[in-house]
Design a protein around this ligand. Sequence first.
Ligand SMILES: NC(=O)C1=CN([C@@H]2O[C@H](COP(=O)(O)OP(=O)(O)OC[C@H]3O[C@@H](n4cnc5c(N)ncnc54)[C@H](OP(=O)(O)O)[C@@H]3O)[C@@H](O)[C@H]2O)C=CC1
Ligand SMILES: CCCCCC/C=C/C(=O)O
Length: 489
Amino acid sequence: MATMTTATRPPKVKQTKMFIDGKWLDSCSGKTFETLNPTNEEPIAEVPLAGKEDVDLAVEAARRAFETGDWPKMDARDRGRIMYKIADLIEENIDELAALETLDNGKPIAESRHGDLPFVIDVFRYFAGWADKIHGNTVPIRGNHFCYTKREPVGVAGQIIPWNFPLCMVAWKWAPALAAGCTSVLKPAEQTPLSALRLGELCQEAGIPDGVLNIVTGFGETGAALVDHPGVDKIAFTGEYKTAQIIMRNAAETLKRLTFELGGKSPNIVFADADMDAAVEGSYVGIFLNQGQCCCAGSRLFVEEKAYDAFIDKMASRTKARKVGDPFDPSTEQGPQIDQAQFDKIMSYIDKGKSEGAECVAGGNRVGDKGYYIEPTVFTNVNDDMAIATDEIFGPVLSVIKFKDMDEVVQRANKSAFGLAAAVWTRDIGKAHAIANRVRAGTVWVNCYDVFDAGASFGGFKMSGQGRELGEKALDSYLEDKTVTVNLA
Ligand SMILES: NC(=O)C1=CN([C@@H]2O[C@H](COP(=O)(O)OP(=O)(O)OC[C@H]3O[C@@H](n4cnc5c(N)ncnc54)[C@H](OP(=O)(O)O)[C@@H]3O)[C@@H](O)[C@H]2O)C=CC1
Ligand SMILES: CCCCCC/C=C/C(=O)O
């Protein structure tokens, strides 16, 4: 069992090369790119800039490992055993990994050490347990036949992950793929490649055979090269819906299996009969967790008219007290945004909110003049049609909107192209279930927010995605069903 320590300093970066076929490599071109520290905009390390040739090598390795290697053929229980070992090694190195995550991403160390990393470990253990429980069934078909189904790995998975929860996203992608017997080429976000590379080392140490897991670091063409590659059977992508649309078009050429975990504009609904302090605290976490860089952030907060003013007062003062600063200080609640592009996007939405007539009751400015820090921001008097109420901002910006009754709030909550998550706060169990039934979203939280579990599937309705991650459902997208029919006559 790991001790409950928390690193308060950046760690030594141990691995910066790409991982292909069990080897740690530079890119074929020798080109590199810098990963920047979001607290001060200075380089942390250089990593290889993968081009098409590197992707080819990685896919060939994954293909070979799938076609002729041990992993898909191994006794399922032994696959699970190696995955348990990965979880154990993550636990043994938890402080280093959490610190690496904080260094590269900027998230507060308290979150990476006590939120992200324990979740990563849970996800590997949860799917390790599935490895020997994946099976088909027998089917009573007509005639003198014995018919059964088998579940087989889909093959080589191309996995493109974002920068907001770098290690969680690796775990969400690798763990079900490994349990199913697939092999993988992973493309971490260019902003946060370091923790995935270190985890690759630990997976190697745990006994993952060469070629089963490969990591290509790059940007600009790496993701597209994976999508275009005929040797890749499936793409799993987490990120922006516009990129998913391009991936879908390009993947049509090779008819790849696709799963997407995309954005949101999640409605968080507070009724006047709710426990107000709990609702304020939950809504605060719901929007500001991870600097607001969550696909399921509760960024459209609907508050019943009767409770609106009192709620706003509490929310504004809670927000103003939020501690923004050095992510290695264990008491910091909010670090910097990930990069200049996200910083600029968020600031432009704050400007739009102000110019469209919403009232900024907390925050609204940059913090300092170095690093991508933004004040946690709350807007009131927001209309449904303002850009801050319709678009995914992916930052610490909350829009608080008034509502009168259940039917009206359900209709307004559903008036979005997204459908990833929602929440409701009420003491009335009937109201809670009515909202859970009527809101079109993949996850609904009742009197809580951001409760994730390795066993609970996560994914979106509408333009928030396709397929599910976590839970038993996550395995489906890494498996093919095979029907076998035997003539018994
Ligand atoms: N759902 C979520 O959790 C997340 C949502 N977002 C949302 O997306 C917005 C933009 O984020 P950002 O990270 O810039 O962008 P994207 O969501 O577009 O993700 C960028 C990733 O996609 C890859 N990519 C880009 N084009 C293609 C392509 N044609 N085929 C395959 N892969 C491709 C990139 O690799 P390469 O450059 O090599 O092609 C990179 O790894 C955010 O502001 C936020 O709203 C962002 C992160 C997470
Ligand atoms: C503390 C772990 C939180 C995991 C958050 C998962 C969010 C996913 C996303 O934003 O894509």
